[in-house]
Design a protein around this ligand. Structure first.
Ligand code: LMR
Length: 395
């Protein structure tokens, strides 16, 4: 039976990271997977998480399963972080959430719920979007439509084209939006543009599904949530897939949450029961470690303050790297790279062809995706000159 299956090509993101690891060139540069790296090229553990971890080791008395919906202080803390302390939806009790294995688990549970509620729902995804969105949501049986988003000519959002496409989204459809720090392009909607999407959702009846994996890494925790909170303030239903991989540095611990803003408290309870059943049939129970750590940070004022300071320093460093990279590329290549400074979060397209991105890998050991998506957080003072020189050579 197993012999009937063929070997698949490597994952377009993880495969390149593996190729970089295998590259013996000591000067190699890894700009592939979206992980935050510090000046030393290390993906650090937050001090606040280390403190929570030490306390957990001291106090933990069991490894019994978590409840089906996950850790309660994690769920309530994350709801407040994402939706805001004073969120009317939260105060009205019409929000439910389930702890999931990473943001991917949240996307999958969100998709399961959408499919259960509306099996014929079409999911509208931005062009481009994170490549994993399609297999993750598609494996549930949902169909896709694409909306225009990024314009390579302007290195920005083609909002008019996006609106034109989304005029075709109807009640029972889902529009997948990147809450902030768009992956892969880094170009985000402005707050007035979020307002237009909210109006369209109100008028046409589609449901926004917000992938929220980078809160705190664009402009700040509150600023990055403004668009999503605007949707929640105006619409009866919003689905959010939140991830703690990047903003708590808990990547391998796999922690996130599917958050459902529902029209009333009874429906929120119904959706919670549906999410628990969906989780039970997909992976049964969530892993504990990451949620227990993030839950502690979110419920302890002192740890929370330390974490916010650390996250804000990361965010500022990424924005500083964006300015430095713009200057280095303009100095080496000429041309206008101001878009790198305008874009947000970990990712930007450099605007190279696939062939140029491949030459960077093969001739210079500078690894980025074929789309020329780079992880800006992989740039540092030691490699920035080499990156800019290498790009100039393939241009
Ligand atoms: C990325 O886009 O590089 C990250 O979100 C990691 C992943 O799982 O692909």
């Amino acid at each position: 039976m197993l012999r009937s299956l063929q070997q698949l090509p490597a994952d377009p993101i993880l495969g390149l990271s593996a190729a970089c690891r295998a590259d013996p060139n000591p000067g190699k540069v890894d700009l592939t997977v979206g992980i935050y790296m510090d000046e030393a090229g290390v993906c650090p553990v937050f001090e606040a998480i280390q403190m929570a971890q030490r306390a957990l080791v001291e106090e933990e008395v069991t490894k019994a399963y978590l409840p089906a919906a996950g850790d309660e202080s994690f769920n309530t803390g994350l709801q407040r972080l994402v939706l805001g302390e004073g969120s009317a939806a939260l105060l009205e009790g019409r929000v439910s959430s389930i702890q999931t294995p990473g943001g991917c688990g949240a996307l999958r549970i969100g998709a399961e719920i959408v499919h259960a509620a509306a099996p014929d729902a079409r999911v509208w995804v931005s062009d481009p979007t994170w490549p994993v969105h399609i297999p993750l949501l598609g494996s549930v049986g949902l169909e896709f439509r694409t909306y225009n988003y990024y314009d390579p000519a302007t290195h920005g959002v083609n909002f008019d084209a996006m609106v034109e496409d989304l005029k075709n989204a109807v009640a029972g459809d889902v529009v997948l939006l990147h809450g902030c720090c768009h992956n892969p392009c880094g170009a985000d909607l402005t707050l007035p543009q979020w307002g237009v999407i909210a109006e369209m959702a109100e008028r046409q009846g589609f449901t926004p599904f917000v992938d929220f994996a980078y809160q705190g890494l664009g402009d700040g925790l509150e600023e990055d949530a403004a668009g999503l909170r605007l949707l929640v303030s105006r619409l009866p239903e919003v689905i959010v897939a939140a991830s703690c991989s990047k903003n708590f540095g808990l990547y391998r611990e796999r922690v996130g949450a599917a958050i459902f803003v529902c029209s009333d408290a009874a429906n929120a309870r119904a959706i919670l029961s549906q999410s628990q059943a969906a989780a039970r049939r997909v992976y049964s129970m969530p892993p504990a470690q990451g949620a227990l750590l993030a839950g502690r940070v979110l419920s302890d004022d002192r740890l929370g303050a330390i974490w916010r300071t650390e996250l804000s320093a990361m965010c500022q460093r990424i924005n500083g790297l964006r300015s430095d990279l713009r200057r280095a590329l303009e100095a080496q290549c000429g041309g206008d790279f101001a878009f790198i400074e305008r874009e947000k979060g970990m990712f930007s397209f450099l605007g190279l062809s696939a062939e140029q991105a491949q030459r960077l890998r093969h001739e210079h050991s500078v690894y980025m995706l074929d789309s020329s998506r780079i992880n800006v957080a992989g740039v540092n003072a030691r490699n920035i000159g080499y990156i800019a020189e290498s790009v100039a050579k393939v241009l």
